[in-house]
Ligand binder design. Structure first.
Ligand code: GAL
Length: 903
């Protein structure tokens, strides 16, 4: 039997303990190590060999990202047979070497070697003598090496196997990547040091007093210093007030940042310090496009800053404890955390959960050890408000035992685990990707009954969260505002966590499953974040920020309605300003006198009487916009003289290369899946109806006194349904008039991706054409994703109007457009709509967009594609969750577009 196939917790490891700052010595071992890679576990290398001539590799890092083997991506399915605890003979193995020297000033005491993350199984030697073995890729482990160090140059050897019995419980939806990917350090533990410390800092919201319990273990007498409990301010994500607590012995002082807060499940409410705790959260994996799960501090800081800027107040650390530095950032900047254990056995679902480790006593110790290592490491973090037993590991005795142990060890935090479907062990009812109706039913305590009436009664009484919703794959998610409305309506619903924060595209190219030649993979399912791999916010993130804003503005008749959705903060620092604009010129503006609104309250405020102008009200905090509301008065369309027929060859400076009906889009990833409750995807329905291959036939072309008319039919091969379209052109001598009537022919039961026209216009460098419009912007918008945009005059290059989704797909639609201007060095083209329309301008065609697999496949030619539509279908969340809601489907049987064109 290979050691890495023995189901066992680490051997030679010390009991888990809290992460603290210390005055005792810490020597980082991060940096370049010697490295040798072998395709199998038998490396033939001697642990005593210092590897002086081997290659070098950075620690932390994954060897697959430095040219040894390749990353591979699977979601659910194990890339090896389900034959626990065995793994393939082809078990890539990395041999790491480094010289260490015990610092001279580390007098007496013990020396430990700490690993914060090694994927997946490893053994450690010092000068060829084994110090221990461990697995638990995202968990900290410490070994004692005191007796093994000589004081001179010692050879530290680590052998890491890619696959082990541990891989069976680490089947998270992510890249399989191996090696020492988090920091390594040598720690001095002086005689009489503080072995461990636990601080419980509570807050009594009825008296305003803090409570503090400090437990420390040491062989020496311990003293501690902390804040005066009668004057403390509580900790929350809104106001992350921290206090220093120092625990000392004569040998060591450790310090912690403590936040006073009390989390409770109070009937069907989740509360923090007595106020509702509503998660406006995201799921976050550790990820960096260049270094995988080895994430620099700067990246983590950027993540937290971006989350705070976008009003996110919570993170579920899917699906394992994060780098410990991330939690410190959450403590400091204010994010509620569900800290999740490194356990997922999802692939067993494909085998009917037969042999699931979660219910196999042979795995009990391994499970408990994993939970313990998370809870002990992170127990003092004020940001951690809940422990999660893991993700998608089915249900079973080992998870139940982990829940019991945790509840006893830390009764101050509720437990979470989505697959404890009957809520046997958890403090909150948790669901993934419920439909709107299911969520509302749960909000009303009307979810379907459990077989056991007692279980049903208990579960029905609990608060509920969505540990995942709003699948952010590709262009989307749509429908976030609808979720928020349901959450708002029912106090039982304590919010949720969008899936997920980052697209896991690797390298500059944004590589995804299959790009490394994997035979078993799940393609682009790993590209489902709110930020692109380099952390560029996607339109989905802007939408989320607008939807979850803490200060929401609405219009009700002539009044403004301001809702303060903070649980602890007043609107004292929020500035409410208004502007009135006519034809995009500001005609008047002012600041509103809004009384200070307390947490979780609303106020109605009279607005200045403005007529004939677009009124915009914004709420800003420290210069950044929290919320905006508008009453839009579109500009009047230009007035034309007497019309006579025209047959234009060019529009402004742009020769027309083609004009066709446009009822297709490069499918977004949500189009590719049926979505919850559906059996057929939109893409399939659209392709079955032939929308992607319409054939044009000109029925008639003629002139009458006013118009040059062309009537066409568009229908797919083999079908008799389609469209009849009339294009009409005229001029008054100055401006062009362009009208289009579209009728659906035959029987239609499907929504349309879009309905309008596409013009190919000839121009050099179409990406650098300047695109300006009066309408919703500046970002893209679709019927179910338009909370983040506002009516106004926006401008950018055509290139900048494209959203560079990692997987190319429909993007860049601008809704509510009334005027559009395109300029190249030769001049301007201006298009005014009689009615607001949808516009997308691209330096490539829909067909090119559809064919491209990666953003870099898209290159511009000499055509600018202008898509003008009467309507488009929304985005939905069908890649994992509900399809586009009927309200966001475009189903019109007839459409008219009418434009005045100048230039
Ligand atoms: C969930 C799972 C996530 C992710 C998501 C789909 O079931 O917990 O890890 O796989 O589906 O992207």
């Amino acid at each position: 039997m290979n050691a890495y196939e023995i189901i066992a917790p680490p051997t030679g490891a010390l009991p888990a303990r809290a992460r603290v700052e210390t005055t005792a010595g810490v020597l980082s071992l991060d940096g370049l190590w010697r490295f040798a890679w072998s395709p199998t576990a038998e490396t033939g290398r001697d642990p005593g060999d210092p590897g002086e001539r081997w290659d070098e590799i950075p620690v932390p890092g994954h060897w697959q990202l430095y040219g040894y083997g390749s990353p591979a991506y699977t979601n659910v399915r194990y890339p090896f047979p389900i034959d626990p605890p065995h793994v393939p003979e082809a078990n890539p193995t990395g041999e790491y070497r480094r010289i260490v020297r015990r610092p001279e000033d580390w007098d007496g005491g013990r020396v430990l070697l700490r690993f914060d993350g090694v994927d997946s199984w490893f053994e450690v030697w010092v000068n060829g003598v084994s110090a221990g073995r461990a697995s638990g890729s995202r968990l900290t482990v410490e070994f004692e090496v005191t007796e093994l160090l000589t004081g001179g140059d010692d050879v530290l050897a680590v052998r890491v196997h890619q696959w082990s019995f541990g891989s069976y419980v680490e089947d998270q939806d992510q890249w399989w990547m191996s090696g020492i990917f988090r920091s390594v350090a040598l720690l001095h533990r002086p005689e009489g040091c503080v072995d461990d410390v636990r601080v419980v800092a509570g807050y009594d919201h009825t008296t305003g007093a803090g409570t503090l319990t400090v437990e420390a273990s040491s062989a020496s007498p311990v003293r501690w210093k902390g804040p005066d409990l009668s004057t403390i301010e509580p900790w929350s994500a809104e106001s992350p007030r921290l206090y220093r607590v120092e625990v000392s012995t004569d040998a060591e002082t450790v310090s912690l940042d403590v936040g006073f807060r009390t989390v409770r499940v109070d009937g069907d409410r989740l509360t923090l310090n007595g106020a509702p705790l509503v998660f406006r959260g995201v799921n976050r994996h550790d990820f960096d496009p260049q270094t995988g799960r080895a994430v620099s501090r700067e990246r983590m800081e950027r993540d937290v800053a971006l989350m705070k800027q976008h009003h996110i107040n919570a993170v579920r650390t899917s699906h394992y404890p994060p780098d410990p530095y991330f939690l410190r950032l959450c403590d400091r900047h204010g994010l509620y955390v569900i800290d999740e254990c490194d356990i997922e056995t999802h692939g067993f679902a494909l085998a009917g959960w037969r042999g699931n480790p979660s219910d196999d006593p042979a795995w009990a110790e391994v499970y408990l050890d994993r939970m313990r290592r998370m809870v002990e490491r992170d127990k003092n973090a004020p940001s951690v408000v809940m422990w999660s037993l893991g993700n998608e590991a089915g249900w079973g005795r080992n998870l139940a035992a982990n829940a019991r142990w945790t509840a006893e060890r830390d009764p101050t935090r509720p437990l979470h685990y989505e697959q404890d479907a009957e809520c046997e062990s958890v403090g909150v009812y948790s669901r993934m990707y419920p439909s709107y109706d299911e969520l509302a039913a749960i909000g009303r305590h009307e979810e379907p009954e459990l077989a056991d009436p007692e279980r049903d009664r208990c579960r029905r009484a609990l608060p509920m969260i969505m540990c995942e919703y709003g699948h952010a794959m590709g262009n989307g998610p749509g429908g976030l505002a609808d979720y928020e409305a349901v959450i708002d309506a029912y106090p039982r619903l304590a919010g949720g966590f969008v899936w997920e924060w980052i697209d896991h595209g690797l390298g500059d190219e944004g590589l995804y499953g299959g790009d490394f030649g994997e035979t078993v993979h799940d393609g682009s399912f790993v590209i489902d974040g709110l930020v692109l791999p380099d952390r560029t916010p996607s339109p989905g993130l802007a939408e989320l920020a607008a939807v979850i804003t803490p200060v929401r503005l609405g219009l009700d008749g002539v009044d403004l309605v301001v809702e303060n959705r903070w649980s602890f903060t007043t609107t004292e620092k929020v500035v409410f300003a208004w502007t009135a604009e006519t034809d995009d010129m500001v005609v008047d503006e002012g600041v509103l006198d809004v009384p200070v609104i307390g947490p979780l309250s609303s106020q109605r405020v009279a607005l200045p009487a403005i007529e004939g102008s677009t009124l915009t009200v914004t709420a800003t905090l420290d210069g950044s916009v929290l919320s905006c509301v508008q009453r839009v008065v579109p500009p009047a369309p230009p007035v034309l003289g007497t019309l006579r027929p025209a047959r234009p060859q060019r529009l402004g400076p742009f020769p027309i290369a083609s004009l066709t009906l446009d009822s297709w889009r490069a499918p977004i990833e949500n189009d590719r899946f049926p979505g919850r409750g559906n059996t057929v995807s939109l893409e399939k329905r659209w392709r079955d109806a032939g929308l992607d291959q319409l054939i044009e036939r000109t029925v008639e072309q003629r002139e009458d006194g006013t118009w040059w008319r062309r009537r066409c039919r568009y229908a797919p091969p083999g079908l008799d349904s389609g469209f009849e379209v009339e294009y009409r052109w005229a001029t008054d001598g100055e401006a062009l008039r362009f009208e289009v009537d579209i009728d659906r022919l035959g029987e239609w039961r499907i929504p349309l991706p879009r309905l309008g026209v596409a013009l190919a216009l000839r121009t050099p460098a179409p990406g650098s054409v300047w695109f300006e419009w009066l309408g919703l912007g500046p970002g893209e918008s679709y019927p179910d994703s338009r909370s983040a945009v506002r009516f106004g005059r926006h401008g950018m290059t055509v290139q900048d109007a494209q959203t560079p989704y990692v997987v190319p797909q429909e993007n860049g639609n601008r809704a509510g457009v009334t005027r559009l201007i395109l300029s190249n060095p030769e001049g301007d083209l201006r298009i005014d709509g009689d009615h607001p329309f949808e516009a997308a301008v691209r330096p490539w065609s829909t067909a090119q967009l559809e064919r491209a697999r990666h953003a870099a496949d898209l290159t511009e030619g000499d055509l600018l594609w202008l898509h003008l539509a009467a309507g488009v279908t929304g985005l939905g969340s069908a890649s994992c969750g509900p399809p586009v809601r009927p309200s966001a489907e475009y189903r019109a049987a007839q459409a008219r577009l009418a434009f005045t064109i100048t230039g």
